[in-house]
Structure formats: C-alpha cells, structure tokens
Design a protein around this ligand. Structure first.
Ligand code: AOF
Ligand code: ZN
Length: 376
C-alpha cells in the first residue's frame, strides 16, 4: 500500500469506529512492512476496549504476519498513559515497530506529545501530520473537550425556506421530509448528548432518542429545566439512556419524582434564577461529553446563541413557505447589521427534497486549526 492510501485507510477505519467509541476519539491504524505490504489494521473499540494500534497488532498476529521492522500509520498520537487500557506507544515499541506516521498530537494532557517522545526515545522514527484535518473533523468534540474544556455544540434546525420552524399556533410536525428526519437521527447518533429545553418537552412530548438507525449506544439526554417542570410520565423516559436535568430553582418533590424515573438532577443557577448555560457545558465536558446535539425551541436556541455557546448549525430547509410563524432562535432585535452573527457555510447537500446546510459560527473552530498546525 502507498503511504497516502495508508493514511486514507486510517481515516476510513476511524470513521467506521465513530459511533462505537465516544467519549474516546475514533482512531484508525494500519501496519505495513518496509516494502509496503499490508500486515494489519484496526480501529478504536467501545470505551474501555482496545485502542486502534492494539487492534492492528492483533490483526497482524491473527494473519500470522510478523511486524518487527514494520511501519505503523495511525490517525492520532499513540497514547502513553495507563487509562482504561495500557499505553499504545509501549505496545508498538515492544512489537518492534520501526516507524510511526501519526496524523496529530493527542490533545489529552495525559498524552500530549509524550507518546511521540517515548517512541523516539526507543529509536522509532516518528512523522506527524498526514491526515490531521480529517482526524480533527471526525473527533471535533473530543478536541473541543480536551482543548476548550467544553463540548462542541451543534444546533439542529428544521425550517421552511423562509426560516420558520412552526406555525404561529405551534404546529410543526412535519416541515421537513422523512429523509431529512432520518439524517437528523444520524447526527444525533454521533453526539454524546442531545440537549433540549423544558419548553419543547411540554409542547411536543418528544423522545429525543436515536431511532431507525442501528446504533450501539444512545446519547445522554440533557434537559434545561429551570423549575423542574418536566412531568415524570414524559415520553423521554421511555428510552434506555442517561437523562440529566439542569435546574436553577431547587424543588425537592419534583426532583425526587424525576430521580425515581432514573434521571440525574443538577442545580446550576445564574443570578437570574435560570440555568447557567456556560457552566452547564463545562460540567458536561467533565462528564466526558464530546459533542452536544441541540434540538430545542427558539427560546433556548436564542439563549445559547446570545451566550456565544453555539459552534455549528445544521439546518434543514424545506422547499415551502410558511409566512408568519415561529423563528429558529429568538434573539435581538439587533440595531446594526454589523451586529449580525457571522457564519461560514461548511457544506450543503440535498437530503431528499430538502436542503441541508452545515454552517459554523465564524472563528469557533480556530482551536482546531491551532491543533492541526501543532507538530510535536
Ligand atoms: C490511542 N489509540 O485508538 C485511541 C486513543 O481510557 P483509555 O485507556 O481508553 O484511554 C483513552 C484516551 O486514549 C483518550 O482520552 C485519548 O487520549 C486516547 N485515545 N489513543 O493511542 C486510540 N482512541
Ligand atoms: Zn492507546
């Protein structure tokens, strides 16, 4: 295999592992002989399971192929710490790997260059860089959690072409088509948490879980509910997954009723007796939440945008006009056009009859570019 193909295969292996391994980053590894023959491949397994490098070494063993003197391509720096598993850099050294081509330094402070240092100290040649952009995009939430101590926050919106998410009377089911809704579930599935607000819970009684997709795990559901108004018989309790309520005003009996349904209730109030959203995101990062997928109403959407906490929008636009109705997010009114929130369109795609736009709040991904340019 050519070096470029090995780097590409690592990204592909990592992408396949992506639904399995959060909060771990998705990593791929390819082992080749000095003459470029494929010896083994692997990817990160479910949390607590082996990392990509160990899977690739095992694959070579299973094929009966010796790896002494081989090159390891890997889409993240091999780890140097004892976490849920042992250090991959030591496993590579012990196997006699002579060269490591890694995409990017692991931002985890427990690793952060130490994996490369240990490999070099053992006489292994280390090259860093190929495939870095792919690795950070695939693991955007992991990089965000490690480098910003906050999850990557993606807000999903479904609207008519004139930007309405519901009629004035609240009717919203359904504006976009089935294909767009299925695509939305795929984005939910890749997140560590789905975030919504009590307004949506009371209005729509949604489940907010991943359906119609074969997924090994359900994202945690996070509900912003200042006064704990969620009814204990809400449909969201039907799905098997962790549910966390962030509240502001303590209420012991409501708290107990929600806890009796298996939920966790946390109080994080700001001075206005509302949930401190920035503190909530820091708390979620401490709970190993990498990507947060927001599906909420215009109030919570507006609060998150006003607080400068949104990184990315994923907008499904249906080819119809609804006229007067509900907006995507309530903030403003702004008084100058220069106050507009600047975005960069990242991608557009047709999803069935609807249009999907992924847009980033300008500058929010600077930490990724910094991480890519860092070569250790
Ligand atoms: C690697 N290869 O495939 C991945 C790595 O608790 P542990 O032992 O599973 O370690 C988790 C950390 O390992 C994670 O935070 C990240 O720094 C690194 N992930 N490292 O060498 C892999 N997924
Ligand atoms: Zn490792």
């Amino acid at each position: 295999m050519k070096p470029d193909d090995c780097v590409k295969r690592c990204s592909e292996l990592a992408a396949l592992a992506r639904p399995l391994c959060p909060p771990n980053p998705a990593v791929g590894c390819v082992l080749t002989s000095a003459t470029g023959e494929l010896l083994g491949m692997g990817a990160t397994q479910v949390t607590g399971g082996p990392h990509a490098e160990v899977m690739a070494l095992r694959d070579a063993t299973a094929r009966g192929l010796p790896v002494a003197g081989a090159t390891a391509y890997v889409s993240l720096e091999p780890c140097a710490h004892h976490g849920r598993t042992g250090p991959c850099c030591d496993a590579l050294i012990a196997a006699g790997i002579k060269k490591v081509v890694a995409s990017i330094t692991d931002p985890n402070p427990l690793v952060a260059g130490q994996g490369f240092a240990r490999l070099r100290a053992a006489g292994v040649e280390v090259i860093v860089g190929p495939g870095a952009a792919e690795c950070v995009e695939l693991n955007i939430g992991f990089f965000s959690r490690m480098l910003r101590k906050a999850p990557w926050l993606r807000m999903k919106l479904a609207a008519s072409l004139d930007g309405k998410t519901a009629l004035e009377n609240g009717l919203s089911q359904w504006i976009t088509g089935e294909a767009a809704r299925a695509d939305g579930h795929a984005w939910r599935a890749r997140a560590c948490a789905v975030l919504s607000g009590v307004g949506t819970v009371l209005q729509d009684n949604p489940r907010l879980d991943v359906r119609g997709i074969d997924t090994p795990r359900q994202p945690t559901l996070v509900v912003v509910d200042s006064q704990l108004q969620t009814p204990p018989d809400a449909l969201l309790f039907e799905a098997k997954r962790q549910v966390i309520f962030y509240a502001a005003v303590p209420d012991e009996s409501r708290q107990k009723a929600l806890e009796a349904r298996g939920a966790t209730v946390l109080y994080l109030a700001n001075s206005a007796a509302k949930v401190d959203l920035a503190a909530m995101l820091r708390d979620l990062a401490e709970r190993e939440i990498n990507e947060v997928h927001v599906e909420a109403g215009n109030k919570l959407n507006g609060s998150l945008l006003r607080a400068g906490l949104v990184d990315e929008l994923i907008v499904y636009l249906a080819p119809k006009l609804l006229g007067l109705g509900r907006d995507m997010a309530s903030f403003g009114p702004l008084t100058e056009l220069s106050q507009a929130l600047p975005l960069d369109f990242k991608s557009t795609a047709m999803i069935g009859p609807d249009l999907r736009i992924v847009a980033r709040i300008r500058g929010r991904d600077q930490f990724l570019r910094d991480a890519v340019s860092l070569r250790k």
